[in-house]
Design a binder for this molecule. Structure first.
Ligand code: ADP
Ligand code: MG
Length: 451
């Protein structure tokens, strides 16, 4: 039911509004004429109830639900809007088909016009991948084949591949450039089998100059597709044609991939996109901000907001972009400055989702290291002051940063009683307020633990 409501709403309010306001919502129950809708933040629920109640009610009734009212519940477990890659909203970007590709539009996946080299921010974690991509885009003699790009979700693999396709095509309009996901490769192959057009399929794939297959891990375990891919791959390499492959992990790590394919994939240059670091995230945010400013003129972005985001949202660039986009959307709709308060409020769900899960053990290790004491002493029975204070700080952080209960924390502190832990936590809460340098110390530790 909810899926139907969602797609109807998406059509009605547009994909941009949908992604910002509706996607984070979840239907929990319908009872007594009221739909109970879970929503990650108060801010979002206020906005949605003021602006989208009618459309949601309409859509519900068209899906056959008898509902007169919406009740919003603030729920921490709700999916964050931009954080779940599987259903991250497609951003409304003009998608244009690449030119010059096989003379057959159907063969090439559309390229996203934002994914260019100009828009790709280079930093330590991705400089090698970027340099290799540039080299391939320049054309010229094939020096490494294939170029194998791998890395976690949202680190820029697809962006780089589109950039290569675009650049290569711009430099050489006659070159036959083919970009597609491994999934599309499979569907086309399966369709060719069904329609008995495998010869055409083979022919087409064997006449490209540059073949790019994104997310190749997808065909692991799909035997006949793997087989066909292997033959295509070999035929092109034999002809000296360039191939670029991406995956979410290194070739050797792809399970259910035939050994001979894995070793073929490893023959060229393998580069990984490392997780972003703080500097890279900040530069990406700065460059995206420039773009958003053009779309939403006249908004005030306060100092410290970008730094805060770069610090807190470490998961992937797509989430980072989504967060920024939501901030600008909120600000433009409410006329609010983008300051730290509004950032924390409107991004509560995303921030929560990207808080790194820290274990009590990690906290203990970090605290011991910070105060230069032994871990065994930190959790041991000695009561000297030089140990007692750091111990209480570790208890305090464990309570704050993990979801462990007091008895569970007690057990990890050498079997202490939960009242001891509570006492320690209270003590530090008190001291924090009075003692500035203690507060700073704790902040520092917390940040180090979140890295
Ligand atoms: P992947 O294919 O590795 O999952 P994408 O290429 O789809 O990741 O990137 C996710 C989003 O993050 C895209 O919108 C992309 O433009 C952006 N992005 C990733 N890395 C960078 C970067 N270095 N500079 C600018 N934008 C980036
Ligand atoms: Mg991708």
């Amino acid at each position: 039911l909810w899926a139907g409501v969602r797609s109807e709403l998406e059509a009605r309010v547009g994909s941009h509004n949908f992604a910002t306001w509706i996607a984070p919502l979840d239907l929990r129950a319908i009872e007594g004429g009221a739909a109970d809708i879970a929503c990650p933040t108060r801010f979002l629920s206020d906005w949605v109830s003021r602006h989208y109640t009618r459309p949601i009610l309409d859509a519900l009734s068209r899906q056959g639900a008898e509902v007169e009212r919406l009740n919003f519940t603030i729920a921490t477990g709700t999916r964050p809007a931009a954080a779940a890659p599987a259903q991250a909203p497609e951003q409304p970007a003009p998608r244009v088909p690449a030119r010059g590709i096989m003379g057959d539009d159907e063969m090439s996946a559309p390229l996203d016009s934002r994914f260019t080299f100009d828009n790709f921010i280079v930093g330590k974690p991705n400089e090698l991948a970027h340099a290799a991509a540039r080299r391939v885009a320049e054309g010229g003699p094939v020096t490494f084949n294939p170029l194998f790009l791998y890395g976690g979700v949202g680190l820029g693999k697809t962006h780089l591949m589109h950039a290569i396709a675009r650049e290569r095509q711009a430099r050489d309009p006659d070159a036959r450039v083919l970009y597609l996901s491994a999934e599309q490769f499979m569907y086309r192959f399966v369709r060719a089998l069904r329609e008995r057009t495998v010869m055409n399929f083979k022919e087409l794939f064997r006449t490209v100059d540059l073949l790019m297959v994104d997310d190749v891990q997808f065909i692991a375990g799909k035997d006949s597709t793997q087989e066909e891919f292997f033959h295509t791959f070999n035929a092109l390499v034999d002809q000296g044609k360039q191939i670029v492959i991406s995956a979410d992990r290194a070739p050797g790590e792809i399970k259910d991939m035939e050994e001979r394919i894995r070793s073929r994939l490893s023959c060229g240059l393998i580069v990984d996109l490392h997780p972003t670091d703080y500097e890279l995230r900040l530069s990406i945010l700065q460059s995206k901000t420039d773009l958003f400013r053009a779309t939403y003129p006249g908004l005030t972005l306060c100092d410290g907001v970008l730094e805060f985001l770069a610090h807190r949202i470490t998961s992937n660039v797509r989430v980072l972009e989504g967060a920024l986009q939501r901030l600008f959307a909120f600000a433009s709709l409410t006329g609010h400055d983008i300051d730290l308060d509004m950032t924390q409020e409107s991004l509560a769900d995303i921030l929560r989702a990207s808080d790194r899960k820290v274990s009590v053990e990690e906290i203990q290790r970090k605290v011991a290291e910070h105060y230069n004491i032994r871990l065994s002493d930190l959790v041991g029975p000695k009561r000297v002051r030089t140990l007692a204070r750091p111990r209480q700080i570790a208890m305090y952080l464990a309570k704050q940063m993990t979801s462990r209960s007091l008895p569970e924390i007690g057990r990890r502190f050498g079997g202490r009683d939960h009242t001891t832990i509570m006492h320690g936590v209270r003590k530090i809460e008190e001291l924090r307020r009075e003692d500035r340098s203690m507060a700073e110390d704790i902040d520092l530790l917390r940040r180090a633990l979140q890295m």
